[in-house]
Design a protein around this ligand. Structure first.
Ligand code: GDP
Ligand code: MG
Length: 162
């Protein structure tokens, strides 16, 4: 069976954009409005001759309180089914309570995690991406899902983690 990679992170960090970048086609729904991806959506992906299943997550976030808890819960469900996790954060925003909630779930899961510090469209945000070392999840892989920057190195790291 193909290994499963769950793409997790709080809304709007660029998970679906990154999924599309990895797939090389626009299939995952990208939206400026957080929480638009419904449930979990699986896609067949390939890198360097290795096939894997990419699971985009998100959605069903209510505007009510407990947003971090809801995000963590969704991440947990996806992580349980995954062999490895691609954790996406937004370098331009920095870490939030929602990010920290996902980190706690990731630690408990003991699954291999590859950290993507997204939205580094240009060098201005490289220092912000480096600050993601503070999450304690190892090297933040600097990427711009929008422009494709760093996606090859990220995928190499992901394959090494599988
Ligand atoms: P998701 O909620 O985590 O799936 O995030 P989406 O993929 O739907 O993206 C949310 C917003 O961030 C959209 O407006 C994207 O165009 C934007 N976005 C995603 N990746 C990047 C990036 O690398 N750079 C910039 N500047 N914007 C991005
Ligand atoms: Mg999405």
């Amino acid at each position: 069976p193909r290994p499963v990679v769950a793409v997790v992170g709080r809304p709007n960090v660029g998970k679906s954009t990154l999924v599309n970048r990895i797939l090389g086609r626009r299939e995952a729904v990208v939206q400026d409005t957080p929480g638009v991806t419904r449930d979990r959506v699986s896609y067949d992906a390939e890198w360097a001759g290795r096939e894997f299943v990419l699971v985009d997550t998100g959605g069903w976030i209510s505007d009510a309180t407990g947003m971090a808890a809801q995000i963590a819960e969704q991440a947990e469900a996806a992580i349980q089914l995954a062999d490895a996790v691609l954790f996406v954060v937004d370098s331009t925003v920095g870490t939030t309570d929602e990010d920290e909630a996902v980190v706690r779930v990731l630690r408990r899961s003991r699954k291999p995690v590859v950290l993507a510090a997204n939205k580094v469209d240009d060098q201005r945000f490289e220092a912000d991406a480096a600050a993601m070392w503070n999450l304690g999840l190892g090297e933040p892989h600097v990427v711009s899902a929008l422009h494709g920057r760093g996606s090859g190195d990220l995928l190499d790291a992901l394959m090494a983690a599988l």
